[in-house]
Design a binder for this molecule. Structure first.
Ligand code: UD1
Length: 345
């Protein structure tokens, strides 16, 4: 397959790790990022990790003329991996239009531009959030999609619907939606990782910032859920394993011999871990003792979700290679790297 892959949001958390894995698999990634929730220093760190010059464009995926210019200039693009999107659940409730504009309108723009330039392979970032509070565990790709409980979650559902309808119209598109569970960890080099702006919403950055002293304590959101230890359960996957699933997915899309193709895959570990289990494992991985307290439940949190990943194992020929301890150790090393390095953020 022609090896040039456009990676929108390629300077972001999952995008940057995917750029590394694409290069390792022999692809030539080209990044598009507007740096609205990422930093240009990530590009130079990607160059340090890979030893390759990385091509990138500071472009917003909603800016159709600018996007077209990239497709015009970069001939022979074989596929697109579309990460660029907002992901803060709470913010999406406060500013829904910002989310629909950025996450939904950009997909439509991208599909139109891909059609214009005959680029047929697409991998889209979806989320296990589409399963809501599941009726059965682990969730399968054909488990019920529940009414979204935030505009963020709805943007993922709507984008999946757009892809399905577009492919049903016999459009030239081979698209795969990957439903991610909870991505954590960082690259083992500690040169790229999760970079939340301000106070983190997600568990792992909150834990690492607490352990390093930026935050005084973690609040565990609820200890009276109907789970063995009372805290919520999620499927935490190392971001490098998740990144590798994208490489497998773009290869899988490309080898489909039909004009129009759409499929959905869960990408997780298949295992659930509670918040208390994560704290215990973090203490072990970091050699520190995390300061935490129990607080009230957070609005919108589901009790537990973890995925059945046998479809990805079988069809994408992908599997996870990293453990929970690997993930937490890498996240902790990344936090320590950030403290040592002055990136001006
Ligand atoms: C949710 C979505 C996920 C989405 C992500 C975007 C679900 C099931 N998952 O992840 O698809 O991509 O938001 O941000 O809808 N916790 C604490 N204290 C904290 C922070 C978190 O106890 O300070 C707990 C939460 O209650 C939850 C777990 O840690 O049980 C993970 O939370 P978080 O990292 O925010 O991810 P999700 O809410 O699972």
């Amino acid at each position: 397959m022609d090896n040039r892959i456009l990676v929108t949001g390629g300077a972001g958390f999952i995008g940057s790790h995917t750029v590394v894995e694409l290069i390792e698999a022999g692809f030539e990634p080209i990044i598009i990022d507007n740096f609205s929730n990422s930093y240009p220093f990530i590009i130079s760190n990607l160059e340090k990790i890979t030893g390759k010059k990385i091509k990138y464009y500071e472009v917003d995926c909603n800016d159709q003329p600018a996007l077209e210019k990239v497709f015009e200039k970069e001939e022979n693009i074989n596929g697109v991996i579309h990460f660029a999107a907002f992901k803060a659940v709470g913010e999406s409730v406060e500013q829904p239009l910002k989310y629909y504009r950025n996450n939904v309108a950009s997909v439509i723009t991208l599909l139109e531009v891909m059609a214009k330039y005959n680029v047929e392979n697409l991998v889209f970032s979806s989320s296990c959030t589409v399963y809501g509070e599941p009726d059965e565990l682990p969730v399968m790709e054909d488990s019920l999609v529940k009414l979204a409980n935030s505009p963020y979650g709805n943007t993922k559902q709507v984008c999946e619907e757009i892809l399905k309808d577009y492919v049903s119209s016999n459009a030239l598109l081979k698209a795969i939606a990957l439903r991610y569970f909870n991505p954590i960890g960082a690259h083992p080099s500690s040169l790229i990782g999760e970079l939340p702006i301000g106070k983190p919403n997600n568990l792992i950055p909150f834990i690492t910032q607490t352990a390093i002293g930026i935050r005084s304590e973690l609040t565990v959101f609820g200890d009276n859920y109907e789970t063995p230890d009372g805290s919520c359960i999620r499927d935490y996957i190392h971001v490098v394993d998740l990144a590798k699933a994208h490489v497998k997915a773009i290869i899988y899309a490309n080898k489909q011999e039909t004009r129009s193709f759409y499929d959905i895959f869960n990408v997780g570990t298949g295992q659930g871990n509670s918040v208390f289990e994560i704290i215990k494992a973090f203490n072990e991985a970091s050699g520190t003792t995390l300061n935490y307290k129990i607080g009230p439940k957070r609005d919108g949190d589901v009790t537990q979700v973890y995925g059945d990943v046998s479809k990805s194992l079988k069809l994408l020929e992908w599997k996870t290679e990293k453990s929970l301890l690997d993930s937490l150790r890498d996240a902790w090393n990344w936090q320590k790297h950030l403290e040592k390095q002055n990136y001006g953020i």
